[in-house]
Write a protein that binds this ligand. Structure first.
Ligand code: IMP
Ligand code: MG
Length: 206
C-alpha cells in the first residue's frame, strides 16, 4: 500500500553543530531539513512502491542531471526487479530562481521506445522543468508509459498554469526555502553534502 507523502513544512531545522559537519556547513547553512538516514528510509519506501507497480513492466529510470544523482543511486538499489537506468540533461536559462526557456540538450543513452519510463528528479519547484521533460520524452522517444518520481516537492511554488504538476512518487513536501545537499546545488556547490540543508538567505542573495 502506498503511504502518505511526508510533509516537512512545519519541521524544525536541525543545527549543523549537533552532528558532524564540515566547516562550510556551519558557515552557510541555516540548518538541516532532512538527515541522510531519513532520506534513505523514505527512498527505500518509494523503491518498494515502484517495484510493486512495475513488476511486469519494462522499467527504465531516467535521471535528470545533475541533481538526481544521489537519489537515483539509492532509489535504484532499492528496486528489486531488473531495471535499466539512464540520464538526461536539461538546461534552463535561469538566474537561479526563475525558469526561463528550457531545452533538453542531452538525450538518454538507452532507447526509450516501448519502455515504461520513470523520470527521476531532485525537486519540483515551479513545475515547469518536470512538465517540459514529460512532454519532450513523450514526443521524441515513443515510450509505452511516462511517470515521475521526485525526492522533494515545494508544493506551494507552482507557477500559474502548472498547478497540476505533481510527481507520481514524492519523497518529501518541503517549505519554500532554498535547499542544497544530497545532489542539490546552489551555483553547483554543496552537491556532495549528505543531508539536505536550508541555505542561509545571505549566501543565496550574494
Ligand atoms: P522548476 O522548473 O521551477 O520546477 O525547477 C526545478 C529545478 O530547479 C530543479 O530541477 C532544481 O534544479 C532547481 N531548484 C529549484 N528549487 C531548488 C532548491 O531549493 N535547491 C536547489 N535546486 C532547486
Ligand atoms: Mg535539477
Amino acid at each position: 500500500m502506498k503511504d502518505e507523502v511526508i510533509d516537512l513544512r512545519n519541521t524544525p531545522l536541525i543545527s549543523p553543530q549537533s552532528i558532524r559537519s564540515p566547516k562550510y556547513a556551519l558557515r552557510d547553512f541555516a540548518g538541516i531539513l532532512v538527515l541522510n538516514g531519513e532520506i534513505v528510509l523514505r527512498t527505500n519506501k518509494l523503491a518498494h512502491d515502484i517495484q510493486n507497480d512495475y513488476e511486469s513492466k519494462k522499467l527504465v529510470l531516467v535521471g535528470v542531471l545533475d541533481g538526481s544523482v544521489h537519489f537515483i543511486k539509492d532509489l535504484s538499489e532499492g528496486i528489486g526487479i531488473p531495471i535499466k537506468r539512464t540520464f538526461i540533461k536539461v538546461s534552463s536559462y535561469r538566474d537561479n530562481t526563475t525558469s526561463g526557456e528550457i531545452e533538453l540538450h542531452l538525450n538518454p543513452m538507452i532507447n526509450l521506445n516501448g519502455m515504461d519510463v520513470l523520470i527521476v528528479e531532485d525537486i519540483v519547484d515551479s513545475g515547469k522543468t518536470l512538465q517540459f521533460i514529460i512532454d519532450e520524452i513523450k514526443q521524441k522517444f515513443n515510450p509505452n508509459t511516462v511517470k515521475t518520481c521526485s525526492l522533494l516537492d515545494k508544493a506551494e511554488k507552482r507557477a500559474p498554469g502548472f498547478e497540476n504538476v505533481v510527481a507520481d512518487y514524492t519523497g518529501f513536501i518541503i517549505p519554500d526555502e532554498f535547499v542544497v545537499g544530497y545532489g542539490l546545488d546552489f551555483a553547483d556547490n554543496y552537491r556532495g553534502y549528505r543531508h539536505i540543508a536550508v541555505l542561509k538567505p545571505e549566501v543565496f542573495s550574494k
